[in-house]
Design a protein around this ligand. Structure first.
Ligand SMILES: [Zn+2]
Ligand SMILES: [Zn+2]
Length: 349
């Protein structure tokens, strides 16, 4: 097999050849056709994560080098381990990458993506910047019939990130406005998924006028510039006392503060973005206003299945995709880092 591997943090990826793995036990060998390149690949490649305030989290202990990045994997089943069932050679599948230990109480609850002993593809174990990958069990493979190859992979990351965050808002009535903060890739996906789930558009805040324009075109009910003076007051007024929920796809001090200030009593703030920083709120505000704050990280296997069904039903439009050969993996990472990418870069193996 061929893999574009990280041999040193922060350095160009190297094309290395290894013997193609033979699946053992319940394992399934996937011949990869596409793998999306994600912003979190950049952080892993850097080896550290910006925690705000000049602090950095060193994340190098989570894997051994050389290492294969990539967690938005789509391919076909090429071989099955002796105990593998549930798929057949030739089946086209999306690989759910947020795999846990499969044996702890968190995994038992279906929350493998929050398992304390993660085996996440492309994060802890070798991922998709390659032509083959081993999946520990067929249950992590999701059929995507009717969804084009180029579009299927990102559903496993940006797709379920947006979907899972919006699901955390719970049941919403027609008079329960929602504010989405940040109309980047995940936020734009969020606008579409919100419309598909609730049959109307969310309010959207973004500092970039072009993104506000794009959000309106995608069906946002109204757009706001978070830098506008007293913007939370205006949102309060225009929503008759505040929004029922906020999903913050940025996760910076300013956006989270705006989110909390825009909430009505009983409202919920869901923090998704990992921009970093900190925010303070007087503790009595939580009980007085019945506020809740919840974090959301990627999504569960069931949420990926639900989202795939929603896309298959034609309820979510495709995002722009830039397909490149696997040999350009290193360049794709560089371009993403430098902000030279529109939509999603997807590597074709
Ligand atoms: Zn990702
Ligand atoms: Zn576990």
């Amino acid at each position: 097999m061929i893999a574009e591997q990280m041999v040193e943090y922060g350095q160009a990826l190297k094309r290395l050849e290894h013997p193609t793995p033979v699946p053992q036990g319940t394992e399934v060998l996937i011949r990869i056709h596409r793998c999306g390149v994600c912003h979190s690949d950049i952080h892993i490649h850097d080896g550290h994560f910006d925690m705000g305030g000049g602090r950095q989290a060193d994340i190098r202990a989570a894997r051994k080098l050389p290492f294969t990045l990539g967690h938005e994997i789509v391919g076909v089943v090429e071989a099955l381990g002796p105990e593998a069932t549930g798929v057949a050679v030739g089946d086209a599948r999306i690989a759910y990458p947020w795999i846990g230990c499969g044996a702890c109480p968190t995994c038992d609850r279906g929350l493998e993506h929050l398992c304390p002993k993660p085996r996440n593809l492309g994060v802890n174990v070798d991922g998709g910047f390659a032509d083959h990958v081993v999946i520990p069990h067929s249950r992590y493979l999701v059929a995507h019939d009717g969804i084009p190859l180029d579009l299927a992979g990102p559903l496993a990351c940006s797709g379920i990130t947006a979907y899972s965050a919006l699901k955390k808002l719970g049941e919403l009535g027609p008079n329960d406005p929602i504010l989405i903060v940040g109309a980047g890739g995940v936020g734009m996906m969020g606008i579409q998924i919100f419309r598909a789930l609730f049959g109307r558009g969310p309010l959207v805040a973004d500092i970039d006028p072009a993104k506000r324009e794009a959000a309106l075109a995608a069906g946002a009910a109204a757009v706001y510039d978070p830098r506008e003076d007293k913007i939370a007051n205006r949102i309060m007024k225009e929503t008759n006392g505040g929004v029922a929920g906020v999903v913050d796809f940025v996760g910076a001090e300013a956006t989270t503060t705006l989110g909390v200030r825009s909430l009505r009593r009983g409202g919920k703030l869901v923090i998704v973005g990992l921009f970093g920083g900190a925010f303070t709120l007087p503790l009595p505000m939580f009980p007085w206003n019945g506020l809740s704050v919840e974090g959301s990280m990627v999504g569960s296997l069931q949420e990926l299945r639900d989202l795939v069904a929603m896309v298959q039903a034609g309820k979510v439009k495709p995002i722009p995709v830039d397909v490149r050969p696997l040999s350009q993996a290193s360049q794709a990472l560089e371009d993403l880092k430098a902000g030279r990418v529109v939509g999603r870069v997807v590597l074709s193996a």
